[in-house]
Design a protein around this ligand. Sequence first.
Ligand code: 2RA
Length: 331
Amino acid sequence: KKINVALVGATGMVGRTFIKVLEERNFPIDNIYMFSSAKSAGTTVKFAGKDVVVEELNENSFDRDIQIALFSAGGGISQKFAPIAASKGVIVVDNSSQWRMDPNVPLVVPEVNPEAVKNHKGIIANPNCSTIQAMVPLKPLHDKYNLKRVVYSTYQAVSGSGVKGVQDLEDGIQGKPNTFYPHPIAFNCLPHIDVFEENGYTKEEMKMVNETMKILEDYNIKVTATTVRVPVRGAHSESINLEFNKPFELEDVFTALKNTEGVVIVDNPANNEYPLAVDAEGHDEVYVGRIRRDFSVDNGVNMWVVADNIRKGAATNAVQIAELLLKYDLV
Ligand code: 2RA
């Protein structure tokens, strides 16, 4: 069964990766439509060897036979156009943060809560990249040992900010001033991703806190986060500290993770083997290592989790959600 797909934000970093991942996974597409802002409209992009002209997005863009629309064009575009698309019967998979906490919008990581897509009312939200990569290893451990508390410390690539973030890093390395981040990112760490809220956390940190509880469907888990931008190009790294309500054997934690779809364990410190951003970049797996008991609490574990934030953190996760819609006959 082939379906018609629209990409909104087709020329952005995630949009271009939508195209790459759809091609790689042979997603069954009959017709594909590409939409962008006026700035990029009129350009031609290739899909499966064919030229596709990028159209300027407007209220009438979905007045055609489209089954699924993948959005990655910022919260404002999603706020306005996702409901328009949904009103025409299009199922929207939205990468922005706009709809993630809406009770009528499933927030989905296919390896974690695939069934949630069945509750959609037209819009399905892709979680934040730093949340997605954490959920894949945390879900099996939560199921087995019941999470009591999670402490996230993230080391996030500049590609999370799109081309402007990448440019600031490249400029900084050449000694040129930063034009996007509030401070130089080269040879530096910025504990400031997105904007600060009243409670002293950034929006990025609150995304991880709120999305973790929604995806795991457990609002008793205590979650805190510190998210940091680091001079890395293409993968987010995270130190994750977990405390469980139940005791565990460390070897069983390894076994649970080894048996989890989408997780690759890289954990052999004696051979200097642990997950690295440069190894994760360009791949769809979530790499887990430095797995060790946290001896400062009764039932705690520390781990180091790395994944490509543009692929598994955004484009691939969204395409996997679209594949679920086909699998469950929802399109
Ligand atoms: C970032 N997670 O890394 C945010 C949005 N992609 O900037």
